[in-house]
Design a protein around this ligand. Structure first.
Ligand code: NAP
Length: 340
C-alpha cells in the first residue's frame, strides 16, 4: 500500500456545504439486496424520498434481464462483496450509476483483495475510479461519480472521529481502534456465533488482525503500510449500533480548544455529525435508528494522548442512510432529503 492513498475524496478538505449546482429531479432507482438488513433500510428511505422513483427491489433472484426491463438510472447494491464485484461492471457498462454498500470497491489496491476478501477483481481499474463515499469528506466528485463505494460500518465510525485529527497524530505510536457492533452488522445469514443463545448476555472480541475493515481504516487514515494500527472488533449483545473507542497519541501536546476547533472546522455544517463538548462521551441510544453520528473526546496525560469515542447506527450511517446522503450529493438534492 502507498504511504499516501489516491482517494481524492479523503484527500479533500471536509465539505462545509452541500451546494446544489444542478436542479434536483426525480431519479429512477433500484435496489439489489432489498431483502437484506441494510437493503431493507435503504428501501424504507427511498420509498419516502421525494427525488426517487423506486422502480424495483430485488433479492438473490435478481437477473440482468430484470434490470434491462426496469432500466433504472441508478442502482444501490446491498449485496455480498463477490456479488457486487460481479454486478458493478455489468451495470456501469449499461450506463447505470452504482452506489455499492459492499466492500468490493472500497480498497484502491487490487492486490489487497485476495488476502482480505478472498477473491481477485476482474476489473481492477474500477478500484481507482470508485469514489469512497464517506459523505462528509467528499466534495464535488460525487456529482460525477459513476461508482460510489459506500464505506464500511466500522470504518465510518472510526474515520469520522479520526479524520479531523489525522495531521496532529504521532505516527510512531499505534492508533488503537476498539469497536463494538450489534449483531445486525453481520447481515441476516444464519451463523452459530451470531445466534441469540451465543450472543445474549455475552460480549466478545473477534477478527483481530483479520477483519476486512482493517485495510479500509488504514487507507482512510492514510497510515501507509508501516504506521501501527490495531483494530479490535467486538460483538455486542444488541441488534444494532456501533460504539468505537479510539486511543491516540499526538505529535505535540494539545488542548481541548484545539481539538474542538478541528472538529468544528470539519463538521460545523454537517447535518448528521454532532460533536459533543470536551469530556462528554456519546452513547449508542443517541443514534440507534437515526442517520446521525456522535463524537466525543477526553484528553489524557496533559494533552499528549486522547480517547475519542464515536457512535453510529451500523445499518443507517454505517450503510443505508450514508448511501442516500451520497445519492443526494450525486443528484443535487439537499443532503438531508429522505433522512429526516
Ligand atoms: N449489516 C450491516 O451493518 C452493513 C453495514 C455496511 C455495509 N454492509 C454491506 O452491505 C451488504 C449487505 O449487507 P446485509 O447485512 O444487508 O446482508 P444480508 O442481510 O445478508 O442481505 C444480503 C442481501 O443480498 C441478497 N443477495 C445475496 N446473494 C445475491 C445474489 N447473488 N444476487 C442478488 N442479491 C443477492 C440477499 O437476497 P436473499 O434475501 O434472496 O438472500 C439479501 O437481500 C454487504 O456487502 C455488507 O457487507 C452491511
Amino acid at each position: 500500500m502507498n504511504e499516501i492513498d489516491t482517494d481524492t475524496c479523503l484527500l479533500a478538505e471536509p465539505t462545509q456545504t452541500n451546494v446544489a449546482s444542478v436542479e434536483p429531479r426525480v431519479i429512477s432507482a433500484a435496489v439489489v439486496g432489498g431483502t437484506g438488513y441494510a437493503g431493507a433500510e435503504l428501501v424504507t428511505i427511498l420509498e419516502r424520498h421525494r427525488g426517487v422513483d423506486l422502480v424495483a427491489s430485488w433479492s438473490s433472484k435478481f437477473t440482468l434481464d430484470a434490470l434491462d426491463h426496469s432500466r433504472p438510472e441508478v442502482v444501490f447494491l446491498a449485496t455480498p462483496n463477490e456479488v457486487s464485484a460481479d454486478l458493478v461492471p455489468a451495470m456501469l457498462d449499461r450506463g447505470i450509476r452504482v452506489i455499492d454498500l459492499s466492500g468490493a470497491f472500497r480498497l484502491h489496491e487490487s492486490a489487497l483483495y485476495p488476502h482480505w476478501y478472498g477473491f481477485a477483481h476482474s476489473r481492477p481499474e474500477l478500484l481507482q475510479e470508485a469514489v469512497y463515499g464517506l459523505t462528509e469528506w467528499c466534495n464535488g466528485e460525487l456529482k460525477t461519480a459513476r461508482l460510489v463505494a459506500n464505506p464500511g460500518c466500522y470504518p465510518t465510525s472510526i474515520l469520522l472521529a479520526l479524520r479531523p485529527l489525522t495531521f496532529i497524530l504521532d505516527r510512531d505510536q499505534a492508533v488503537i481502534c476498539d469497536s463494538k457492533s450489534g449483531v445486525s452488522g453481520a447481515g441476516k445469514k444464519a451463523d452459530l456465533d451470531w445466534s441469540f443463545a451465543e450472543v445474549a448476555g455475552n460480549f466478545k472480541a473477534y477478527g483481530v488482525g483479520t477483519h476486512r475493515h482493517e485495510p479500509e481504516i488504514r487507507q482512510g487514515l492514510r497510515l501507509g503500510q508501516r504506521a501501527p494500527l490495531v483494530f479490535v472488533p467486538h460483538l455486542l449483545p444488541t441488534v444494532r449500533g456501533i460504539l468505537s473507542t479510539m486511543h491516540v497519541a499526538f505529535a505535540h501536546t494539545v488542548t481541548d480548544a484545539e481539538i474542538a476547533s478541528l472538529f468544528t472546522e470539519a463538521y460545523a455544517k454537517a447535518p448528521f455529525v454532532k460533536v459533543l463538548p470536551a469530556g462528554k462521551l456519546p452513547q449508542l441510544k443517541s443514534v440507534v435508528n437515526t442517520p446521525k453520528a456522535e463524537i466525543g473526546w477526553q484528553l489524557l496525560h496533559g494533552g499528549k494522548r486522547a480517547v475519542i469515542v464515536s457512535v453510529i447506527d451500523n445499518l443507517l450511517k454505517g450503510a443505508a442512510s450514508q448511501a442516500v446522503q451520497n445519492f443526494n450529493r450525486m443528484y443535487g438534492w439537499a443532503e438531508t432529503e429522505g433522512l429526516q
